[in-house]
Design a protein. Structure first.
Length: 152
């Protein structure tokens, strides 16, 4: 794929234990590019995220703040292939799903407890879609296209 080895900027919000594991992989890809910080959590939930989830049929009956816990934020640069592999790894191990938004200069990835394990809500130029674990190719294509459009 043309954009596979393109460098792309990302911002990834995830649980601390996942941040340590995936952060090591991402840092090996581009040493000194990765910044790690605490991520703010929104006690009532983010209305934009709620609307996004509703648009793909995910309804939030309740999202207690204590379940969210602390989050870490990884900001950096990685190749599309390393970012894709890291996301695929977490899709199979994290107890949650992810929102991947490729519309901006920096790909936004957010781990979200309302999205089931192995599931991604992909937001790109084609719209918003719900993807299962066997649809990683769609995520890889979206990241490659974002990499070509916003190469670092």
């Amino acid at each position: 794929m043309a954009g596979e080895d393109t460098n792309i900027r990302f911002c990834w919000t995830l649980r601390p234990d996942d941040a340590v594991r995936i952060g090591a992989t991402l840092n090996a890809s581009h040493p000194q590019e990765l910044k790690v910080a605490d991520a703010p959590s929104m006690p009532g939930g983010d209305p934009d995220v709620e609307d996004l989830l509703l648009s793909v049929g995910l309804h939030l009956d309740q999202e207690p703040a204590e379940m969210i816990g602390s989050l870490r934020r990884l900001d950096g640069v990685a190749t599309v292939s390393v970012l894709t592999e890291s996301l695929e790894e977490l899709m199979h191990t994290a107890p949650t799903g992810f929102i991947v938004d490729t519309r901006f200069d920096s790909v936004q990835i957010e781990e979200h407890q309302a999205i089931g394990r192995g599931t991604i809500v992909l937001v790109d130029g084609e719209g918003t879609r719900l993807l299962g674990s066997r649809q990683e190719a769609a995520v890889e294509r979206a990241l490659a296209e974002a990499g070509e459009a916003h190469e670092v």
